[in-house]
Design a binder for this molecule. Structure first.
Ligand code: ADP
Length: 402
């Protein structure tokens, strides 16, 4: 089956066409700077040259119609016509408790997705633009919605997801922890079980998705028991530009000091904080590490804070699961930075987590691998994430099983 996977952001649309029998990516690409100057559409058919289109892309409709054209075009295409696409799978950041599993799109589901816009105001509206465009250009093709929140909503017990504020806010307004990056955490947990040669149902895993946005999950016997992001992706770890955990009283104090509106404050916490806010240099971990090695004290502080919060979370997750069989690193920082992996796990030997520093630092190594030392009770795995494959798998499952 050929599944077209979309991840629609505010000014970008990422896509992959996946043959699910072999899990081969037939083509992938990115439309970027949608609605801005210098829009660009990059399309890469497997085994062939990348094609770059520099025409204006005014909106998501135009982006998706051009992507479909490229997929079907005789020169760079992969298919003869859109009827070869069995279904479309969309990433959707937060569907709330109404959507604990992936679901096939209907008119009724679409209305419910519009009602969930407030649960991820920076992400959900863009996913809806993509869904609407696909309905327009491929009206006969089934669409499946795969939620980043679903893995956590299925797994977390109420004592983990309810905030200790008056219960009525949960009851009336659904204010609770949802958790994100669920598609990625689920993918790497399944791959970990395969690599370790043990059933997922017997394993306690701590998965660390460390990218521009970062989150960790405690996965006990295949279920998300606890995760670091919360009602929104702002809670938890130190991120590129997001603060992660902070005392709400400090937030209110800053609002008073600066005369900020809630939008101003959200902006500060989402876009001016994290690595960027601490270092004053960059949200990009490569620059933070480079500057830190040059002796920049604030870059060094940002680096230490990033690792410290991860280490603190590892300790608490090992405690709530009653042990840990593997710590798994994924995403841009987790997959590529030996410095960060070492910074997070140094001192965790008492938990049975012992790193092989040579393996961790091996610049020639890539892909899935185990970097724990021979005697380590807990394995340390690096697993490149693949959210697109996971979305394609879920799409097939929804269409065939449910
Ligand atoms: P996104 O959340 O946007 O998908 P990614 O998973 O691509 O983000 O991760 C981006 C982050 O990964 C950036 O902070 C970047 O600096 C970091 N990164 C990529 N390669 C390296 C590397 N070799 N060393 C350290 N950090 C890296």
């Amino acid at each position: 089956m050929k599944i077209l996977v979309f991840n629609c952001g505010s000014s970008s649309v990422k896509y992959q066409l996946i043959e699910t029998q072999t899990e081969e990516c037939l083509a992938k690409g990115l439309a970027e700077r949608i609605g801005l100057e210098n829009s660009l559409l990059t399309h890469k058919p497997a085994g062939r040259k990348t094609v770059c289109h520099k025409k204006d892309i005014e909106d998501h409709d135009i982006a998706i119609s051009r992507i479909i054209e490229l997929l079907c075009c005789p020169d760079y295409g992969i298919i003869k016509n859109i009827n070869e696409i069995a279904a479309i799978g969309h990433r959707f950041v937060n569907g709330g408790a109404r959507f604990p599993v992936s679901i096939k799109l209907t008119d009724e589901i679409l209305s419910d997705l519009y009602r969930a816009v407030d649960l991820a105001p920076l992400h959900n509206p863009n996913h809806l633009l993509g869904i609407e465009a696909c309905r327009r250009f491929m009206p006969a093709t089934p669409q499946v919605i795969v939620f980043d929140s679903a893995f956590h909503i299925q797994g977390m017990p109420d004592h983990a997801y309810i905030y200790a504020i008056p219960y009525s806010y949960y009851d009336h307004y659904s204010i609770r922890k949802y958790g994100f990056h669920g598609i990625s955490h689920k993918y790497v947990s399944q791959r970990s079980a395969e690599l370790l040669g043990k059933p997922l149902e017997n394993l306690c895993l701590i998965t660390c998705h460390l990218g521009n946005g970062s989150s960790m999950t405690a996965i006990k016997y295949g279920k998300s028991l606890e995760t670091s992001m919360g009602y929104t992706p702002l809670e938890g770890l130190v991120m590129g530009t997001r603060s992660g955990d902070i005392d709400p009283a400090a937030v209110l104090k800053i609002m008073n000091l600066e005369g900020f509106t809630t939008q101003d404050m959200l902006n500060l916490l989402n876009t001016k904080s994290g690595l960027m806010g601490i270092s004053g240099i960059s949200p990009d971990m490569r620059e933070i590490i480079f500057e830190s090695k040059q002796g920049n004290r604030r870059a060094e502080l940002a680096f230490k804070m990033f690792c410290y919060r991860i280490k603190k979370t590892i300790g608490s997750y090992a405690a709530v699961m009653g042990g840990v069989d593997a710590v798994v690193f994924t995403a841009g920082i987790g997959e590529n930075s030996p410095e960060i992996r070492q910074g997070c796990l140094e001192g965790c030997e008492f938990l049975g987590i012992v790193m092989d520093y040579e393996l961790n630092n091996d610049v020639n190594a890539s892909g899935e691998r185990d970097i724990s030392s021979k005697g380590s009770k807990c394995k340390i795995l690096i697993i490149p994430t693949n959210e697109e494959i996971m979305i394609a798998r879920e799409t097939v499952q929804v269409l065939t099983e449910r």
